[in-house]
Design a protein around this ligand. Structure first.
Ligand SMILES: [Zn+2]
Ligand SMILES: [Zn+2]
Length: 240
């Protein structure tokens, strides 16, 4: 951790899938994710499974006493099939939002053979299979999402906007400030964000351990290494 005149430089990964995502590898337990983040010397991470926050408490508990801030989160799929990272300062905020999202998902059972298993790991180590199909769009629209997530204390960040699917770029083709997001996540190409004058972050979107370790990590400056310091820094990043 480097200290600068403006604060502390923090390395982050705010987009990580655990074994609760149907597409997430079984090896991505909440405990393994925390251990990998520590091995990569990250300062802060968020666990962001598809439309659910069920493994976040286990990751947060496991990280207690360790030099890593773990945010509860999810990767919401909007009505337009756009992925948006939602991160929360505390587990209760995330679980309240999760209840709202659950009511906005079609009640379809997951088909394990087709989509993969969705394993939830409780803090005591016991597990269960989440039956709700998670690889599906909610009926929550993109427009109005930022204030909605803010009302739960969270931060909504459109995911991988330059990807060819499930992104603002692929679905809408444009990004502008009227959409209401003060920052976005870029996979590789920042052109859309730069054109719109919107700052961006870059995370791993890791679904397995190899992806986690292959990724080059990025940093930002926060006034302090705390959930509040990090949220303030993210909301006030400057565009290139
Ligand atoms: Zn995604
Ligand atoms: Zn993802």
């Amino acid at each position: 951790m480097n200290f600068t005149e403006k604060g502390v430089e923090l390395y982050y990964d705010f987009h990580i899938h655990s074994c609760l995502s149907p597409c997430g590898s079984d090896e991505m337990t909440p405990q393994m994710i925390v251990d990998c983040a520590l091995a990569k010397e990250l300062d802060c991470i968020a666990l962001t499974d598809h439309n659910i926050s069920g493994n976040c408490l286990t990751a947060i508990r496991y990280a207690e006493g360790k030099d890593l801030i773990v945010f509860a989160g999810m990767e919401l799929q909007t009505a337009e099939e756009i992925h948006v990272i939602c991160i929360f300062p505390a587990i209760d905020n995330a679980l309240n939002f999760e209840a709202y999202v659950k009511a906005a998902l079609p009640t379809i059972k997951n088909d394990i053979r087709y989509f993969g298993n969705q394993t939830c790991i409780r803090p005591d180590g016991t597990t269960y299979e989440e039956e709700q199909m998670l690889s599906v769009s909610s009926d929550i629209p993109l427009y109005g999402l930022y204030p909605l997530v803010s009302s739960y204390g969270g931060l909504a960040i459109p995911a991988h906007i330059d990807r060819t699917s499930f992104s603002i770029g692929s679905v809408l083709g444009v990004l502008d400030k009227d959409m209401g997001f003060p920052l976005v996540e870029v996979w590789k190409d920042p052109t859309l964000a730069d054109k719109a004058g919107i700052p961006y972050i870059q995370s791993s979107d890791a679904h397995n351990i190899d992806a986690f370790f292959e990724r080059e990590y990025h940093s930002f400056i926060a006034r302090e290494k705390s959930p509040d310091g990090i949220f303030d820094a993210l909301k006030n990043l400057s565009a290139n």
